[in-house]
Design a protein around this ligand. Structure first.
Ligand code: FES
Length: 115
């Protein structure tokens, strides 16, 4: 069984192979959505982009990005500089151990944004 480690929350959960990252996080009580997006989101349809997370370890154990997810992330400022680690939790299936950072900050003035 794959293990999801939520780094910020310091929580580990075991999930079945192919589990949906968003559903498992919410079931485990992990606060996936920032601010008002807790109530206003697309409920896993891959449209709002508010469930974005960074997979800091084990990206190879996550399902590949689909067209919808790729397109949604491409229009997000937060994606800049995080192309290799950012995923939409609702579009990610877990096939092995991963470490997840929820609610990644928007780093407009960081070294990656204007470089
Ligand atoms: S819940 Fe809206 S994109 Fe994932």
């Amino acid at each position: 069984m794959p293990t999801i480690t939520f780094a910020t929350e310091k929580k580990e959960i075991q999930v079945p192979d192919g589990a949906n990252l968003r559903q498992e996080a919410l079931a485990a009580g992990v606060a996936l959505y920032p601010g008002v997006h807790r109530f206003v989101n697309c409920h896993g349809l891959g449209q709002c982009g508010s469930c974005r997370v960074l997979i800091t370890k084990g990206m190879e154990n996550a399902s590949p990005k689909g067209l919808l997810e790729t397109a949604r992330l491409a229009v997000s400022l937060a994606y800049i500089g995080n192309e290799k680690t950012m995923r939409l939790a609702c579009q990610t299936k877990v096939h092995g151990d991963i470490t997840v950072e929820t609610k990644p900050p928007l780093n407009l003035f960081g070294e990656n944004f204007f470089s």
